[in-house]
Design a protein around this ligand. Structure first.
Ligand SMILES: [Zn+2]
Ligand SMILES: [Zn+2]
Length: 183
């Protein structure tokens, strides 16, 4: 499977590079790389009242980009703004289940957001977990009931920290089969 990591709006390149490397360690038979192009943050996705971006509208933009690329099977959009879906205060990410596009936000993954001291290693690990989770959805995986599995639903950052960056046995098997069908 070929995975493109795509910045939507301004995102630090070193974060994207580390993420692509991490994804290759987690997903079997997968080549992950950073797409050179940077998509602008669409103005219409910004909700002035909430001061957040609509996750679904951003995901649509990533999907539209994906449909134009024949060289990748999946595109993971990365934003460094706060995102929401209707009915939730915020989300860490969103994806088509199954589909070709996923999206993660870095906004709430930094320790600084929670008033704590910066921790780059923890930030990188959280980023990887959220990315693996959303790409898992694009492979058709649903949420897993095992709290240590990367497919466990993160309601808050504590859930993210509690789970691993990789799949449980069952989810891994499902992901492997899906990837072998993707190519
Ligand atoms: Zn999920
Ligand atoms: Zn699982």
């Amino acid at each position: 499977m070929k995975v493109g990591v795509l910045a939507v709006g301004q995102v630090a390149p070193e974060v994207l590079n580390a993420l692509a490397q991490g994804l290759e360690r987690i997903f079997p038979d997968t080549n992950a790389f950073v797409i050179k192009q940077v998509l602008p943050l669409p103005k219409n996705a910004y909700d002035k009242t909430r001061k957040q971006y609509s996750s679904s509208l951003l995901l649509n933009v990533v999907k539209a980009f994906t449909s134009k690329r024949q060289d990748v099977h999946r595109v993971l959009g990365v934003v460094d703004v706060d995102i929401f879906v209707a009915g939730l205060n915020y989300v860490f990410g969103e994806a088509y289940t199954p589909g070709s596009a996923g999206l993660i936000s870095l906004w709430r993954l930094r320790q600084e957001f929670y008033g704590a001291k910066s921790d780059q290693a923890l930030f990188g690990l959280r980023t990887l977990k959220e990315a693996v989770h959303e790409l898992g959805h694009t492979l058709g995986l649903q949420h897993c009931r095992r709290s240590v599995c990367v497919m466990y639903f993160s309601n808050c950052i504590f859930d993210t920290d509690k789970k691993q960056s990789f799949f449980c046995d069952q989810c891994y098997l499902q992901a492997s089969i899906a990837i072998s069908n993707v190519g």
